[in-house]
Design a protein around this ligand. Structure first.
Ligand code: MRU
Length: 363
């Protein structure tokens, strides 16, 4: 997607040296557009853990490049297994991370040590390119939902999304935002309610930033405002992304997504989840019990970071110094609350039968 007219991806190989991996440092957005260079597997793991990159598809792609960077230092089988395991442990909920590392391992295990770096470079590039293509296809398949609403209702189509599931969370296009970009590009008048998404504010800092840079009308709301807006007819459609979807259609996503699904159900508003197939965990059926939920640092809840009036970036404490804080980073929306799934192969019911219809080889 474009930033002020210049096309970007969220991860790419440096064009000048031809081997190092470049990323946008998302911890600096929306205050600064800074880039970072990854040259070692330790730097790739740090970028994922410290959320310089985040979003399920993007951390999968960066982990794949992390395997490639690991092999540049040591292409032995022992090092491959050790570094792959280390990368997989960086974040637990998004299944794209393990999926990408396992795909790299399947390609690299049988190869001779000397061939591994070249193969890893090509495979990581293929994972990144395929992710961009899958997300664009999600946009094409999801855009019809927005077009249908526009056809029967005058004025703008009001969408609501949670967290950041735009191009910054993937390699390009995004998942939940891809249909919105496609609709906007096609001239359909869209407006997006952007949940701020405490505690790390991915909505306020990332979704709002990338929508704004693309020219999509949007309004940031406090996380608790969505239900009220739905009750008053201000939301036509909810689309979120996902970090892991079970074979039965339960979807883990950023904490707070489940509450939006409940509010949408109470108000008869369609609630869709957009995901590439790399987000589906075919091995599990019960999302609430089986999806591991990342517990992040309490400091993400007790503090908030922003730009002070003097222009400096400041982190301030917002809860009493004696209070404890808990920080579960994801929740699971049961399939029964999801109107449907938008994938690169089309739309389907959030159910085992729905997913099996699109992916018969996996089900
Ligand atoms: O913790 P994050 O920022 O990596 O979590 C990302 C999300 O949960 C997003 O909501 C997103 O939908 C999943 S990735 C497209």
């Amino acid at each position: 997607m474009k930033i002020e007219g210049t096309p970007y991806r969220s991860v790419w190989v440096d064009k000048e040296d031809g081997w190092s991996v470049r990323i946008i440092d998302q911890t600096r957005l929306p205050w600064a557009l800074d880039f970072a260079r990854l040259t070692t597997v330790a730097e790739a793991a740090h970028a994922i853990r410290a959320m310089l990159v985040r979003g399920a598809p993007l951390i999968g792609a960066v982990a794949a490049y992390g395997v490639y960077l690991a092999l540049r230092a040591d292409s032995s089988s022992a090092a491959l297994e050790r570094d792959a395991a280390m990368l997989k442990a960086t974040r637990p909920t998004a299944v794209n991370l393990a999926w990408a590392v396992d795909r790299m391992l399947a390609k690299l295990r049988p190869a001779a040590d000397a061939a591994r770096i070249r193969l890893a470079f090509a495979e990581a590039g293929a994972i990144a390119d395929e992710d961009a293509a899958m997300c664009e296809a999600i946009g094409d398949h999801g855009m019809g939902l927005i077009a249908d609403i526009a056809a029967r209702k005058p004025g703008r189509v009001n969408l609501l999304t949670h967290c950041n599931a735009g191009w910054l969370a993937t390699v390009d296009w995004g998942t939940a935002l891809a249909p919105i970009y496609k609709a906007h590009n096609a001239g359909i008048p869209v407006h997006v309610w952007v949940d701020e998404t405490r505690p790390r504010n991915q909505g306020a800092s990332l979704t709002a930033w990338e929508l704004g840079k693309h020219g999509v009308p949007h309004t940031v709301i406090a996380d608790n405002a969505g239900g009220h807006l739905m009750q008053h007819g201000e939301v036509d459609l909810v689309i979120t992304g996902a970090d892991r979807v079970t074979r039965t259609g339960d979807a883990a996503n950023k904490i707070g997504t489940y509450l939006k699904a409940l509010a949408a159900r109470d108000n008869n508003i369609p609630f869709w989840v957009a995901l590439p197939s790399s987000t589906i965990d075919w091995t599990i059926s019960d999302g609430v019990r089986e999806i591991p939920i990342e517990e992040r640092a309490a400091s993400e809840v007790t503090t908030i970071t922003g730009r002070a009036l003097d222009g400096s970036i400041a982190t301030v404490r917002v809860v009493p110094s004696f209070s404890q804080a808990a920080n579960p980073a994801f929740d699971v929306t049961p399939a029964r609350l999801i109107t449907g799934l938008i994938t690169e192969r089309g739309r389907c019911a959030a159910s085992a039968a729905g997913l099996a219809g699109l992916y018969p080889a996996f089900a």
